[in-house]
Design a protein around this ligand. Structure first.
Ligand code: ZN
Length: 310
């Protein structure tokens, strides 16, 4: 069972305006988890990309999602990973949840800062798949295996912090979530977000894989007593299992609506289905919603062709 679950970020209500979000100072969520949000708020990134530091001065830190290649943000991350004396750069590993441009490009400059200070901090994650877009290419120094544990501990073996990699394709083919075993926390990358909906952009995004990965996360959170999800965009989310169930229901409701629109307009095309299937969504979001619509259409057609749907 997790050793504690009290998280210091209690904001479960509406997100503050992106301009009110803290990006200059790390926010301590637990004694061994810091969040530092990159100054890249926007339409797709919400308040900005959350970079997380897991560990403490005695064990060193693992950085999760250094974010875009923003020199100031990377320098702040480096400084926040302190040695016992208070100086920065105490990093052991840099993990990227996936290859997208708001997550992985900061890894190389962060690693370079470490190297400049004589610290080797390998970049780990999964290489981008051939389906990844040109602006989402990523090659780690070492590939993470599903179930692999990244362990930080003192020489005495005390006070360990263990991140377990969970391969969760769907938003991106190379997406991994990370379970902090001792504390029962899930770092969900972009697979689960707070305040915005994950875009599934085929072919690197895949709706069937996304739903399967949600099921896997539900099992993992059940098995490890996970209460809080720490997403790459937005506040910490309490009630991990409820959030995952809600998300799956939301996806299936949307898929049912799309299937009904397709059935009513069998000779239509995605551009005709889009305003009908997303009539409850601001038209400003339709170009992005169209990517997820295509992923749903592909999934609906696969269900039908494999005899899994009427
Ligand atoms: Zn992403």
């Amino acid at each position: 069972m997790p050793r504690h679950s009290q998280i210091l970020d209690s904001a479960a209500g509406p997100l503050p305006a992106p301009t009110d979000w803290q990006t200059l100072e790390p926010v301590a969520l637990l004694r061994n988890v810091l969040r530092l949000t990159a100054p890249n708020p926007g339409f797709m990134t919400g308040p900005g990309t959350n970079s997380y530091l897991v560990g403490d001065a005695h064990t060193g830190f693992i950085a999760i999602d250094p974010g875009p290649a923003d020199a100031d943000h990377v320098a702040r991350l480096w400084a926040a990973a302190t040695h016992p004396g208070g100086s920065g750069g105490n990093l052991r590993l840099i993990v990227c949840t996936h290859s997208h441009a708001d997550h992985s490009p900061g890894a190389a400059p962060l690693q370079a800062l470490c190297a400049h200070a004589g610290v080797q901090a390998p970049i780990v994650g999964l290489a981008s798949a051939p389906t990844a877009r040109a602006n989402s290419q990523f090659v780690p120094d070492a590939a993470l295996a599903h179930g692999q544990r990244l362990v930080l501990s003192r020489l005495s073996g005390q006070d360990s912090h263990t991140l377990q990699a969970i391969h969760t394709p769907g938003h991106a083919a190379n997406h991994v979530c990370l379970l902090l075993e001792e504390d029962g926390l899930l770092f969900s990358g972009d697979h689960i977000l707070n305040g915005s909906t994950t875009v599934i952009d085929p072919p690197d995004g895949h709706m069937g894989h996304y739903l399967d990965s949600l099921d896997l996360l539900h099992q993992t959170c059940t098995a490890h007593g996970v209460q809080f999800i720490l997403p790459a965009h937005g506040h910490a989310m309490p009630d991990a299992l409820g959030a995952i169930a809600h998300l799956k229901a939301h996806r299936l409701t949307r898929e049912a609506k799309i299937a009904a629109v397709m059935q009513a307009n069998p000779n239509g095309d995605p551009d005709q289905w889009l305003p009908l299937a997303y009539d409850d969504v601001n038209p400003r979001l339709w170009p992005v919603a169209k990517r997820s619509l295509l992923a749903h259409v592909e999934h609906i057609q696969w269900l039908q062709s494999s005899g899994r749907a009427a």
